[in-house]
Design a protein around this ligand. Sequence first.
Ligand code: SF4
Ligand code: SF4
Length: 135
Amino acid sequence: MPHFQVNDRCNGCLACVQNCPASALESVDRGEKRTILHNMARCARCGSCWRICPQDAVEFKHLLESDWDEVATLNLVRCKVCGETLYTKDFGEVLSEKLDTKVDSLCPRHREELSRLASVYFFPGKSRMKMGEKR
Ligand code: SF4
Ligand code: SF4
């Protein structure tokens, strides 16, 4: 949704364009149409356009909104045990490529749990020794 909006009372008189102190408004006439353009990077949010508009057409409140614009939406990889968010799928692929190995989709807690279980099942003697048990 653009921050600068006019309602349907706008008749294209160009008073706002001609009086914008920041050159943030322009108009383009193409064929049978006139288009009003607004550049948010230039806009000082001064309200001059809103004050000068004879039609009361500038919806200035939209210029004062402090919204977040979505710039990208990416697929997430979650821990396959608990569902905790880990990283994006694309970032995981970059990691796998750089590390030349498939990155496991496990959170640190479940990765640790898995390696503990693996050591108990596959190297039972070693794990007992680690825990300080005598043979
Ligand atoms: S001053 Fe108002 S009516 Fe005139 S072009 Fe601007 S918004 Fe439209
Ligand atoms: S708020 Fe001010 S700077 Fe922004 S478009 Fe209106 S007149 Fe121009």
